[in-house]
Design a binder for this molecule. Structure first.
Ligand code: S3P
Length: 182
C-alpha cells in the first residue's frame, strides 16, 4: 500500500525550545489562530499519570517520565492538523526528533541566555530539572541542549514582543509558506 505524504498545510506544528520560553502560551495562541486543537505534551503526561510533572519525577522517576513523553509525542506527531508543544527535554530523545521532523513543521522558540536567566525565579518551583542546580550548571544545560534544538524547520527568537505578537508572526509565516509551496 502506498502511504501518501502529508501536505505542508496538513502537517501538525510542533514547538520546541528550552523550559519557560513560552512554548505552551504561544502554541495555544497559534492553535486558536489556525482553528486547530492544541496538545501540550506535559499536560498529557500529567493526565496519564494523574499527578503534576514534579510528582512524576519524584515518585516515578525521570525515566518513566521520558518513556511516557516519547509514547505521547509519537502518538500526536503522527496525527495531522494539530499544534503540539513539547517539554524542553523532549528533543534530547532521537526518536522524538525523528518523528517530529519527519511528520510535522517544527518551530524552535529561541531565547538568548541573558534574557532567559532573568526569568529563572518564575520557573524553579515546578521544573524538577532545575532544582538543586547552580546557575553555572543551568547555563551548561542551556547550552548543551542547543545542538538538539538546532534540528528544526523554522526558528523564532523571543525578544520584547508579546506572546500574541509572536503567535501572529508565526501564523502569518505559516500561511505564507503554505501559499508558496503548494
Ligand atoms: C523539562 C521541561 C519541562 C517538563 C519537565 C522536563 C526539561 O517542560 O517537560 O519538567 O527537561 O527541560 P517545559 O519546557 O514546558 O518547562
Amino acid at each position: 500500500m502506498m502511504i501518501k505524504e502529508k501536505s505542508l498545510r496538513e502537517k501538525s506544528i510542533v514547538f520546541i525550545g528550552f523550559m519557560g520560553v513560552g512554548k505552551t502560551t504561544i502554541g495555544r495562541l497559534v492553535a486558536q489562530n489556525l482553528y486547530r486543537s492544541f496538545i501540550d505534551i506535559d499536560e498529557q503526561i500529567e493526565k496519564k499519570f494523574q499527578m503534576p510533572v514534579p510528582d512524576v519525577f519524584k515518585l516515578l522517576g525521570e525515566p518513566a517520565f521520558r518513556e511516557k513523553e516519547k509514547e505521547l509525542v509519537n502518538k500526536y506527531a503522527n496525527q495531522s492538523l494539530k499544534v503540539i508543544s513539547l517539554g524542553g527535554g523532549a528533543f534530547m530523545q532521537e526518536e522524538i526528533r525523528d518523528v517530529c521532523l519527519n511528520n510535522c513543521t517544527v518551530f524552535y522558540l529561541d531565547m538568548p541566555w541573558d534574557s532567559w536567566k532573568e526569568r529563572i525565579h518564575l520557573l524553579m518551583a515546578d521544573r524538577p530539572v532545575l532544582q538543586g542546580r547552580s546557575l553555572e550548571d543551568i547555563e551548561e544545560l542551556f547550552y548543551s541542549r542547543q545542538a538538539a534544538y538546532a534540528s528544526h524547520h523554522s526558528k523564532v527568537t523571543i525578544g520584547k514582543d508579546s506572546p500574541e505578537e509572536i503567535a501572529d508572526y508565526i501564523t502569518n509565516s505559516l500561511k505564507t509558506a503554505w501559499k508558496l509551496y503548494e
